[in-house]
Design a binder for this molecule. Sequence first.
Ligand SMILES: [Zn+2]
Ligand SMILES: [Zn+2]
Length: 272
Amino acid sequence: MEVQFWGVRGTFPSPGKDKTRYGGHTPCASVLSGSGEVIVVDAGTGIKDLGDCLVRERGEGPLKVTLFLTHFHLDHVMGFPFFAPLFIPDSEITIYAPALPAETERYLGGLVAGKYFPVELFETKSRKTYLETPRGSLELGGVKVTHCRLRHPQGGFAYRFEEEGKSVVFATDTEHPAEGVDEDLAGFASGVAHLVSDATFTPDEYRSGKQGWGHSTWLEGTRLAAAANAENLLLSHLNPDHGDDLVDGLAASAREHFRRTSAARQGLRLFV
Ligand SMILES: [Zn+2]
Ligand SMILES: [Zn+2]
């Protein structure tokens, strides 16, 4: 699989001179299977560059894309109206989410409608299919997809994508229990090659009134990676108030606890 990060910033898109290395777009990643299946995780502002890239590389013809939404918080869906394949006739966009199909259509339709956007979602030219992420696993072009519930306000899913024994787990937007690592999530991520983990807060910030906000620290990321026996840890869902130098520092601190750690950055490509 080829995994690419199009946005790694949590909460709010954050351009700025001190965000050039890790990037300011909100969460979006693509997972390309060996057979060429295009899988997308989340529709933050990074999805615009992904859509434009797909059109450039594959021409103006219809595209087939499967989008997995972790949840509907704005940072994870705000790029959706600007995803170019939406507007390409006969493109097929399948959307899995932790909600009933009609709810997903209503939530996304609310963004591409009314006073917010010049056209309504149902007027866009692509064919859209809304599906609730199934309980067990599903298979897409040779990639096995599973999910795990996260501890986050209004809920959310972590996703695991696996092909030929190699896997990547996206587990942002989650808070670990006070007593330690979320054991369900550690089990879900067991043996993963690349664990993408929530690093919204520093441990100091977390202790200073951010408990209950549904997010994690780099330190908990290292504990999760160790408990899951992950090969590599990627810190993501970066804080909009954390500049590049601060992110460098927290990644270095994390490496003292889990050696194979780096911070995810916009544009990073992994061959899994
Ligand atoms: Zn988020
Ligand atoms: Zn969230």
